[in-house]
Write a protein that binds this ligand. Sequence first.
Ligand SMILES: Cc1cc2nc3c(=O)[nH]c(=O)nc-3n(C[C@H](O)[C@H](O)[C@H](O)COP(=O)(O)OP(=O)(O)OC[C@H]3O[C@@H](n4cnc5c(N)ncnc54)[C@H](O)[C@@H]3O)c2cc1C
Length: 281
Amino acid sequence: MVRRFVAGEGLGDAVRVARELASRGMTVSLDPLGENVSTREEAEAATESVLSIVQAIRSAGVDSSVSIKLTQAGLDIGTEFCAANVRRMLEAAREAGVAIQIDMEGSDYTERTLAIYRELRPEHGNVGAVVQAYLRRTAADLAALCEIGGPIRLCKGAYREPAEVAFPEKAEVDANYVELAQMLLSAGARRRGVYPNIATHDERLIEWTKEHVRSEGIGKDEFEFQMLYGNRRDLQEKLAAEGYRMRVYVPFGREWYPYFMRRLAERPANVLFLVKNLLKY
Ligand SMILES: Cc1cc2nc3c(=O)[nH]c(=O)nc-3n(C[C@H](O)[C@H](O)[C@H](O)COP(=O)(O)OP(=O)(O)OC[C@H]3O[C@@H](n4cnc5c(N)ncnc54)[C@H](O)[C@@H]3O)c2cc1C
């Protein structure tokens, strides 16, 4: 079941999936799995591995960005150390014409993640950010990000958060998603260089987005949909066939456990499926 959500253990597996998706009209963002490293050596190794990914993307000639987690680049060790690692990644990626998007992790990291984005964005046109609709603070954060510009991914949020910081009810998260998507897709934000990434598998939000861009006259090349590898492949293909830009987030690597657990938590049916399969053995 891990293979449903993870492309494989090696970079070669990820590139193979990227090629396959490209042949069906989709782009990708490769995600080297791993988070919360505790030593400088691990963070430096993660940085080196992003440099290899960037080179592999260039050699394969696929349209791919790289999604990174700052705790993989040493955020728990130090903000400046982490920013320096990300700067190295961005410089190599710029040479190769590749963009890097900084995933958003648990709320303990939100402030520091946004601070690093604010620091790096003015010098690096190839860096993007992520915001989470479940956080109460996100409307203010997104308003500030819209002034700075860049590719900005709007997702619901995947970490367990207390009610003081995140909306506990799905209906509240979904309503906030619509408010934030309006902000992200607004003419003002786009004029300031925001490239909206609508990252969800929620059909109601996707339909809302389609209707909103149609009524606002926003071109299909002015934003993109994003989904996770292994989730709603039917919908990914449908959107691509309809001419929307569709980017698939493709995780790969050995450290799949925390990522896989977040995917299980999103849908009780996944846990049931896993248990049934375990019982077969
Ligand atoms: C491209 C991309 C990048 C992301 N990056 C981040 C990030 O940086 N930080 C972060 O916190 N979160 C990130 N996420 C995860 C996101 O926050 C949500 O946890 C996840 O997308 C599920 O929410 P949803 O919008 O699909 O809506 P939901 O309401 O959770 O789901 C809507 C429907 O999608 C399908 N679905 C959703 N999840 C699953 C699943 N696991 N298995 C099977 N079906 C499913 C089901 O049909 C479900 O009814 C990212 C998501 C995407 C698509």
